[in-house]
Write a new protein. Structure first.
Length: 300
């Protein structure tokens, strides 16, 4: 009999997953799997479980937010053989699920997670750590891991917005800006940047206007969006309007597709899939083409 490891975060979002466990396990069993269920106990617990036991299973399904998926990605990439995975999103924003049309309905997502529609998606590799949809720095990028979990559960996206307002305070704005040199496949970017995102996604922090219109999730390329520090309030407004309409030709905005980014700076704090990625001076980000085998909805 096929074996399935189900790793779930019981505290993700509003804890809704716990109300549907019986039905989810029934779906897995009816699909021909002997199921081992593992509720995570702390950060990186799910990752360690997959690393230690994952190779004994024919499929690994996780439930949680983007952070839980981030742990899964880094765990399966350490296994000695490729194992297909499934994902039941229960977080507050769920950028990866939005990009890949995975429904937020737990039952529907569970059915997809054990389906045979396996797709191979690109991953990003950030100084050896993998990310499923974005590596970012600068203004407001710390919101997801600095926002209290209880506030997320109660207020949802509003909790993020409240923290964003505090982050973009003019008195603290300059602390997020850094001098950087960014080498890509085709060009070298230099300047003082307030925000940057290297992604393989159609949604970042629930917003589609921070990604390009021509994103392909399995082409071996990542999309880089970098915004220079505005010199005054008028330039700030112009950048905001350019992003609103995805006008990436605006002088302060650089948008580039590349398989590799080499970045030097004076020390910048990064976030990976909404999780704290640490501070780095020199780093390399590369695309790992079609590295993640994941069950996704059928294309319509």
């Amino acid at each position: 009999m096929k074996k399935l490891l189900f790793v779930f975060n019981p505290h993700s979002g509003t804890g809704e997953i716990c109300k549907h466990l019986a039905n989810i396990l029934d779906i897995f069993t009816k699909s021909g799997y002997e199921v081992t269920a593992y509720p995570t106990q702390a950060a990186r617990d799910g990752m360690n479980k997959v690393i230690s036991d994952g190779e004994r299973f024919d499929r690994i399904v996780v439930s949680g937010g983007d952070g839980t998926l981030h742990e899964l990605v880094n765990a399966v990439m350490r296994l000695s053989k490729p194992i297909p995975v499934g994902y039941i999103p229960t977080g507050t924003v769920n950028d990866f699920a939005s990009t890949n049309a995975i429904p937020k309905n737990n039952i529907e997502a569970a059915q997809i997670a054990v389906s045979n529609n396996i797709k191979s998606l690109d991953l990003g590799c950030f100084n050896g750590e993998y990310f499923s949809y974005v590596a970012a720095f600068g203004v407001a990028t710390n919101i997801s891991y600095d926002t209290d979990q209880k506030a997320k559960n109660t207020w949802g996206v509003l909790a993020y917005l409240a923290n964003a307002v505090k982050t973009i305070n003019p008195l603290t704005f300059n602390s997020f800006c850094h001098n950087m040199t960014i080498k890509t496949d085709s060009e070298i970017l230099e300047g003082e940047y307030a925000f940057g995102a290297i992604s393989n996604s159609m949604s970042i922090a629930g917003m589609s206007n921070l990604t390009g219109r021509d994103v392909v999730l399995d082409d071996g390329l990542l999309e880089g969006l970098f915004i220079k520090k505005p010199q005054n309030i008028f330039e700030f407004d112009e950048i905001r309007n350019a992003l609103l309409f995805r006008d990436f030709d605006y002088p302060c905005i650089s948008y580039v597709k590349s398989s590799r980014f080499e970045i030097s700076s004076d020390g910048v704090a990064w976030t990976l899939d909404g999780e704290n990625g640490g501070e780095h001076r020199d780093l390399t980000v590369t695309a790992k083409k079609q590295a993640l085998n994941i069950a996704l909805p059928e294309e319509k």
